[in-house]
Design a protein around this ligand. Sequence first.
Ligand SMILES: *Cc1c(COP(=O)(O)O)cnc(C)c1O
Length: 417
Amino acid sequence: MTDRSNLKKTDPDIYRILEAEDKRQEDNLIMIASENYVSKAVLEASSSTLTNKYAEGYPEKRYYNGCINADGVESLAIERIKKLFGAKAANVQPHSGAQANMSVMMSQLDAGDTYIGMNLSHGGHLSHGSPVNFSGKYFNVAAYGVTEDTNLIDYDALNKLAKEHKPKMIIAGASAYPRIIDFNKFKEIAHSVGAKLLADIAHIAGLVAAGEHPSPVGLADFITFTTHKTLRGPRGGVILCDEAHEALINKFMFPGTQGGPLMHTIAAKAVSFKEALEPEFAVYQKQIIKNAAALADVLTSGGLKLVSGGTDNHLILIDLRNKGVTGKDAANRLDEAGITCNKNGVPFDDKSPFVTSGIRLGSPALTTRGLKEDDFRRIGKLIIRIITNMEDDSILAKVKGEVEEICKTYPTDFLRI
Ligand SMILES: *Cc1c(COP(=O)(O)O)cnc(C)c1O
């Protein structure tokens, strides 16, 4: 049990909710592709007294006194992440992936400038130009997507779009794309029109670090990612670039778009980067891919249609249109059975983002929990049983029982500090 005796006394309401959250993460199969379980060491660092410290600026260039320990953790975080990716320069201050993207955009674009990002409804991210986000509100955005027949990125269409719009920047990267992204092609297209390339590897950062997905380092001008997805660190973001862009990126991070950095989080980032440099991390990333592949095989054999026909990475998108089930209903029903995933639009979806025709599944969290291919095959069969028997309460109860059994087999000691 995590010691929350002080919290229990001061705020029994929050205490109760946090205890319930521990239990939720323990009693459900977490298959949200962007989530993971951090280590006890990361949890300890992120609950440290560095949350009390203001450290505006950068190591040895701070605005406040008393930053000696803040400097220590931030310098280590920078050094480790550069080593992990073989990058020349890094900024570890972004509070999130969206903040990292905002800083890069602000450093390269003026209001009204044109850039190209991936269509949100084809797998892109909100912060790549959606009109409801700053990235779409202040800039002129053209969007590329996937082809209707293969569901792979349409590089020819992107090339045409680039020639037509002459963008200042192109963003490569996605939140719901199950295939390898060809950063070489992106670089070629971007540089042929004089555009900068931003590779947003939020989802696949862990895979890239371990060599399980081609790296954009050396190809993209800027690389952004979240630290909390496959990379398995605390919630946050990172920007990588070369030395020539370092000063500008640092300036647009702070004071450009953020105030004081979250130093307790940066300490936790540093810990997770150390973990990612260990050989076991590469084994973990390999297992993520094996598990997703095993799950994809079972789902396909069971008659479910996967976007692009399968997966090369940690995530799977199921297109439910041939089953007459919406993404919203499927995700809610699975959640009732203890399998937590999210509804997700599929390319050329005719349903709204609140309903959708698909669900997205990921293997990172359960792989951390210790599950292997056989477990994922078993879970795949449970998912099929729910989706093909949406109204059947006795099947729901049986699946729920099996989910409980799997959860008991894989304890979550790592949730307690
Ligand atoms: C998750 C994600 C982000 C945003 O990360 P937040 O930490 O939620 O702001 C940005 N880009 C991509 C591609 C993502 O998948």
